[in-house]
Write a protein that binds this ligand. Structure first.
Ligand code: ATP
Length: 264
């Protein structure tokens, strides 16, 4: 399954432990999404409407997709990933059919999360330049959200880097009426993210994570993930000449291989 299609999969698992520096945001999204997915009867009993749509906004690579994944994994909900621009670029009439299909699948597989990445591509604000396809797709999306019967059991999470570009019609009550801004991490957030991404790496005592957190001002989570991966590859490159491949690799020799501060 390519990213083009909403891939319904429970295989890619992420936990709350994988998300760094977004404790408050995670708390909010858990209240808004996890609670109604898990206990719709509480909302029903209280006569409180569970949100149908939540809009996450913030710069690329800050963990919007990761958070949505984590909530779906932790609640065992199906995760349907929709890419905004790709849906728009379908052939005539296909976009609406595809969106309808995704909502049908979600309702069949409930509890489910429909994650729409770059939702601004589907629902741009400036009505003057909006094309025919976009108009039809927004109308379809709104109709489908209005028609969601199993409230709380299907939640649509939209993500955008440009919240101001999103059609205000989408942000009305009963639609994406909850918003959460996901900001780049500060030093403490970066420290947590660095710890997450070095968790499985064999780093030696020269690696000063606090220092790395200080040095990476301006890095978002995705940048930190890449930094750690590259440090690992640098270590491999550095260590390769030291390995004697003519002999069988022994456990005790392998145990000496570690990643150091200079690899970062
Ligand atoms: P985009 O707007 O580009 O889709 P995004 O906000 O959805 O970006 P993700 O796709 O969630 O960002 O992040 C990409 C990868 O970066 C994640 O899979 C994860 O490895 C890492 N990452 C990003 N943010 C965090 C974070 N807060 N904690 C830990 N890892 C993170």
């Amino acid at each position: 399954v390519t990213k083009t299609d909403a891939s319904e999969d429970r295989s890619f698992r992420a936990s709350y432990e994988d998300v760094g520096g977004l404790d408050k945001e995670l708390q909010r999204i858990r209240e808004m999404v996890e609670l109604p997915l898990k206990y719709p009867e509480i909302f029903r009993q209280l006569g409180v409407e569970a949100p149908k749509g939540v809009l996450l906004y913030g710069p690329p690579g800050t963990g919007k997709t990761l958070m949505a994944r984590a909530v779906s994994s932790e609640t065992n909900a199906a995760f349907l990933h929709v890419n905004g621009p790709e849906i728009i670029n379908k052939f005539y009439g296909e976009s609406e059919a595809r969106i309808r299909e995704i909502f049908e699948t979600a309702q069949r597989r409930a509890p489910a999360i429909i994650f729409i990445d770059e939702i601004d591509a589907i629902a741009p604000k400036r009505t003057e330049v909006i094309g025919d396809v976009e108009k039809r797709v927004v109308a379809q999306l709104l109709a489908l959200m209005d028609g969601l019967k199993n409230r709380g059991q299907v939640v649509v999470i939209g993500a955008t880097n440009v919240p101001d570009m999103v059609d205000p019609a989408l942000r009305r009550p009963g639609r994406f009426d909850r918003e959460l801004s996901i900001n780049p991490p500060d030093r403490f957030g970066r420290l947590k993210i660095l710890k997450i991404h070095t968790r499985l790496m064999t780093i030696d005592s020269s690696v000063n994570i606090e220092k790395l957190a200080q040095m990476t001002h301006g890095f978002v989570g995705a940048d930190i993930a890449i930094l750690c991966k590259e440090a690992g590859m640098n270590a491999v490159r550095r260590l390769l000449p030291e390995i004697d491949f003519s002999e069988e690799l022994r456990e005790e020799d392998l145990a000496k291989l570690t990643i150091n501060m200079n690899d970062f």
